[in-house]
Ligand binder design. Structure first.
Ligand SMILES: Nc1ncnc2c1ncn2[C@@H]1O[C@H](COP(=O)(O)OP(=O)(O)OP(=O)(O)O)[C@@H](O)[C@H]1O
Ligand SMILES: [Mg+2]
Length: 315
């Protein structure tokens, strides 16, 4: 009962019908966006002219099928492939540069002993060299973490305890910025994860929270349980009081090499590692907006991957 144009978000879909009616040529699987209330969908539309037995055009018939999800799956597949290639390149590069970098660091250490450090300029330049080499070594290490292909070595661990260990590890950095960490933990069941890799995830999130917090502020780490669609899941959040992340950045920040840190400071690998590891565990990671807080990252994990698969089979 509705005019055909009204169904479509923009004129293109409706126009298609009119075009076929006017020109008499069929269209096959043209894309058009449909709007029903607040819902949107991408459609593939095929329209054929209908003629009477004298060949006169008397109408059109069309079918439309939803292709949004198909298209999304294809895009995701492509992103996955690209990530795999990037991971391999990253691994290669990191392998190649880590050795020489380590050599440079040793050389600088030796030079320090031979050279007179009384000359301020020499001291400053050597220090710069040491810092730079140190930073590059760290970056190579992160790249290796990202690119490393290995099976998950899972065991049952206490996620709350893992957080505590990670915070302890970063104690120096926290103190240096006068940042306080508070915990708001619920009692959790053990989760079946690769503790080394999950430690890396939490460490990267905490590092970010520290880097993006103004000095003297608070970082809050929370955890809890939630009933997912199919199974029980644990969640954990880290909140800081920095300036947070603009909505437009939410997707980008998980990309490899995306960083807003000043040149030479960040490598943009941390969150790419987080996303990869969490996904390998069947979990999700996302940014949330919570009033009164800046950056908020939330991870949701199944208690075990096996449980996850078993559930999938059952349903
Ligand atoms: N807690 C946070 N608050 C605000 N922005 C953040 C926060 N965490 C991450 N970001 C944004 O996401 C970007 C990517 O983070 P990611 O950890 O991947 O890289 P990085 O911290 O810049 O460098 P790296 O971790 O490799 O040293 C950051 O540069 C920043 O723009
Ligand atoms: Mg980081």
């Amino acid at each position: 009962g509705k005019p055909v144009e009204e169904w479509f978000k923009d004129a293109e879909g409706g126009n298609l019908f009119l075009q076929v009616l006017r020109e008499g040529n069929p269209v096959y699987r043209k894309e058009a966006r449909l709007k029903i209330g607040r819902k949107r969908a991408l459609l593939g539309i095929s329209i054929s002219p209908v003629r009477n037995r004298w060949g006169k055009l008397i109408g059109v018939v069309g079918t439309a099928s939803e292709i949004s999800s198909l298209k999304r799956a294809r895009i995701e597949e492509r992103i996955k492939e690209r990530l795999m290639v990037m991971g391999e390149i990253a691994l290669e590069v990191a392998h190649e540069i880590r050795g020489p970098l380590y050599g440079i660091q040793l050389l600088v250490q030796n030079l320090e002993q031979f050279l007179s450090l009384d000359i301020p300029e020499v001291r400053v330049q050597l220090q710069t060299l040491k810092d730079t080499a140190g930073r590059l070594t760290q970056m190579a290490g992160k790249l290796l973490d990202f690119g490393r292909k290995r099976e998950l070595e899972c065991r049952w661990i206490d996620l709350n305890q893992l957080w505590k260990d990670v915070v302890m590890e970063m104690n120096q950095a926290l103190k240096a910025r006068d940042l306080k960490v508070k915990f708001k933990f619920q009692e959790l069941p053990l989760v079946y994860v690769d503790s080394e890799q999950m430690r890396m995830v939490l460490l990267n999130l905490l590092e970010n929270a520290i880097d993006f917090s103004p000095a003297g502020k608070e970082i809050l780490i929370l955890s809890g349980m939630r009933q997912g669609k199919q199974n029980l899941r644990v969640w954990t959040q880290i909140r800081d009081q920095g300036s947070g992340i603009a909505l437009a950045e939410h997707r980008k920040i998980f990309n490899l090499f995306y960083t807003t840190k000043p040149q030479g400071k960040g490598s943009g690998i941390g969150l790419a590692i987080c996303k990869k590891v969490v996904q390998e565990h069947g979990g999700t990671i996302r940014v949330r907006k919570i009033k009164g807080w800046g950056g908020v990252f939330e991870i949701v994990l199944p208690i075990s991957l096996e449980g996850e698969n078993a559930q999938d089979f059952n349903s």
